[in-house]
Design a protein around this ligand. Structure first.
Ligand code: ZN
Length: 209
């Protein structure tokens, strides 16, 4: 056996191993790259992957968007002001979005931050719009609410402080949560598809103010 033929098999095997390894690594890298692109299936994935806009500093002790009481009253209708700024609750079933089945984006009525997507809305039977998750947990603040002799978790917009509703732990999968939200705290923007909602969300995250 010559020296060349003695080593040719292990060398061939080694080459196959190196090339194969490179190809596998390359395809994995491509897969990782494609999942981080802005064409993901869900709206939330895109939001949590994005940094918050520069004007939204959630680390401070004040809400990033502040308005005077007169400005709030100017911006909001009576019921919106009562619910969003005075911790009110609108009547069940007699509100615009509890039965809204259209595809689209729900923004905070006080500052237009995208808070909920129709893709996570479900029929809770309560008479209020219900979602199993917000778009981005960073933009939803929580406080303990002990009013009316109950202990509940109040939720509000973390950007402007507008009261949204409450979150309960009897929601459907995949989160098991039920965000019970007032229509009066939301504005609705219809969209053609989940992809279109995501584009609206991304536009907000990209916005420089
Ligand atoms: Zn807000």
């Amino acid at each position: 056996m010559t020296l060349v033929s003695r080593y040719s098999r292990p060398i061939t095997a080694l080459i196959i191993l190196i090339v194969g390894g490179f190809l596998i690594q390359h395809s994995m890298a491509e897969k990782l790259f494609s999942t981080s692109k802005l064409t993901d299936e869900t709206v939330s994935e895109c939001a949590s992957a994005c940094g918050l806009p520069s004007h939204v500093n959630l680390g401070g002790d004040r809400f990033p968007v502040l308005r005077t009481d007169a400005e709030w009253q100017e911006r909001l209708t009576d019921i919106q002001y009562k619910v969003a700024r005075q911790q009110g609750t609108e009547r069940p079933f007699a509100n615009p979005y509890h039965d809204n089945k259209k595809t689209g984006l729900y923004r905070c009525v006080g500052c237009d931050t995208p808070l909920f997507s129709s893709t996570t809305k479900f029929n809770s039977g309560t008479g209020w719009p219900s979602f199993f998750t917000p778009i981005d947990k960073r933009t939803i603040g929580e406080t303990r609410d002990v009013s009316y002799g109950m202990t509940r978790i109040e939720v509000h917009c973390a950007v402007c402080g507008s009261h949204q509703g409450h979150v309960f732990s009897d929601g459907p999968e995949p989160t098991g949560l039920r965000y019970c939200i007032n229509s009066a705290s939301l504005s609705f923007e219809a969209a053609d598809s989940a992809e279109a909602i995501k584009e609206l969300v991304e536009a907000w995250y990209r916005e420089a103010k």
